[in-house]
Design a protein around this ligand. Structure first.
Ligand code: PLP
Length: 379
């Protein structure tokens, strides 16, 4: 039989039907501890929920199936998952990562690099030669990339990055938060570990924080990541895990609608007189469009940036005058958000001051365009 499409896999999350009650949605397992039998053996597969819990299992199986990985692990936030990956790097080893990437992940990298004598090279993600030059054969253990990269939406060629990492004996980790497995399966393109901040599209309702790692192989680095989760304890509560599973059921339809809304907004503003540039990988004018077409096979996502004429003042004025777009950080929810990224990232931010980041939701796109139009009319 043909393998089911992600839309079907997600809608039926886990293909769950309770054999006792016939319930079609999985139960929540809040128990932190699990009883032993008369021989003092665990009755089931579980002992203590910092290690594993049936509700995490549901989400992890779904995530592994979606990304085509061997195993997945759920964490209490995206950063808990990312830091578990970097925690596997030893003193004297080296990490390569892009200059433009999720800023907290980069702050964490800089901190561990300084404190633990780990080498760190940041490279310009828009330049494939820079990526290869950043890797030190024999020293680099992780090449970390994010695609499309927040908030310029630079697109990194995952297959090329994987080849560069593997040539040097390193593994490739890809932050696919913005692309999601609905449009990009990074492991199929050669990545070793794929990461999602499940706080964003996977959950989609801006009501929990979670992170997911999916591995291609259960290799020693993966065993160490599982060891770190178990001992550091960055696990998600059972209720949040269950909510995430519920959110994931509608991931495909939400992501597809957000992508089509974002493309229409990007096309509408591409030639707007008050705009310097629209940054969206779905536009032919975007420098990463050709790669994006190859590796984003079902939509270019709901994230785009508008570079506004008139600098930071004009950009912030628009953010405050929007009525439907909520001025708030984060992304990937059903509701549209706007953010003046340089302000949120603070003084070290590399983001241009006139950039407004939009997380386009699933509302009616004509309402969203009308909202943007009225705000632009005021400047
Ligand atoms: C691209 C990307 N990666 C990682 C993270 C970190 O995820 P979390 O906020 O769930 O810890 C974020 C959060 O904004 C993000 O946007």
């Amino acid at each position: 039989m043909r393998k089911h499409s992600p839309r079907t896999i997600l809608a039926q999350a886990g293909h769950f039907v309770d054999s006792v009650t016939g319930a079609v949605t999985p139960p929540i397992h809040p128990s932190t501890t699990y009883a032993r039998d008369d021989d003092y053996e665990p009755i089931g597969d579980y002992v203590y929920s910092r290690t594993q819990n049936p509700t995490y299992d549901q989400v992890e199986h779904l995530a592994a199936e979606l990304d085509g990985g061997a195993e997945a692990r759920l964490f209490s936030s995206g950063m808990a998952a990312i830091s578990a990956v970097f925690e596997t790097v030893g003193i004297g080893q080296h990490i390569a990562a892009p200059t433009i990437m999720y800023h907290s992940a980069q702050d964490w990298l800089r901190r561990i690099a300084e404190k633990r004598n780990i080498g760190l090279t940041l490279f310009n993600a828009a330049d494939p030669d820079a990526l290869r030059q950043a890797i030190k054969p024999g020293e680099t253990v992780i090449l970390w990339v994010e695609t499309p990269a927040n908030p310029t939406w630079d697109v990194i060629d995952i297959a090329e990055a994987a080849a560069a990492a593997h040539d040097a004996g390193a593994v490739l980790g890809v932050d696919c938060t913005v692309s999601t497995p609905i449009t990009t399966r990074a492991l199929d393109l050669g990545a070793d570990i794929v990461f999602h901040s499940a706080t964003k599209y996977l959950n989609g309702h801006s009501d929990l924080t979670a992170g997911i790692l999916v591995t291609r192989e259960a290799d020693p680095r993966w065993e160490e990541i599982k060891f770190i989760r178990k001992h550091v304890g960055g696990v998600l509560g059972a209720f949040e895990s269950w909510l995430l599973l519920r959110g994931m059921r509608t991931l495909a339809i939400r992501f597809e609608r957000a992508s089509s809304n974002a493309l229409k907004i990007a096309q509408y503003f591409e030639s707007h007189p008050k705009i310097d540039a629209v940054l969206y990988p779905g536009l032919e004018s975007h420098p990463g469009h050709e790669i994006a077409k190859r590796q984003m096979t079902n939509g270019f996502g709901g994230m785009l940036s508008l570079c506004v004429k008139g600098g930071a003042m004009a950009a912030k004025a628009i953010a405050t005058r929007l009525k439907l777009f909520v001025s708030a950080t984060s992304l990937g929810g059903v509701e549209s958000l706007v953010e003046h990224r340089a302000t949120v990232e603070g003084p070290l931010s590399q983001v241009q001051p006139n950039l407004l980041r939009l997380s386009v939701g699933i509302e009616d796109v004509d309402d969203l365009i009308a909202d943007l139009k009225q705000a632009f009319d005021t400047i």
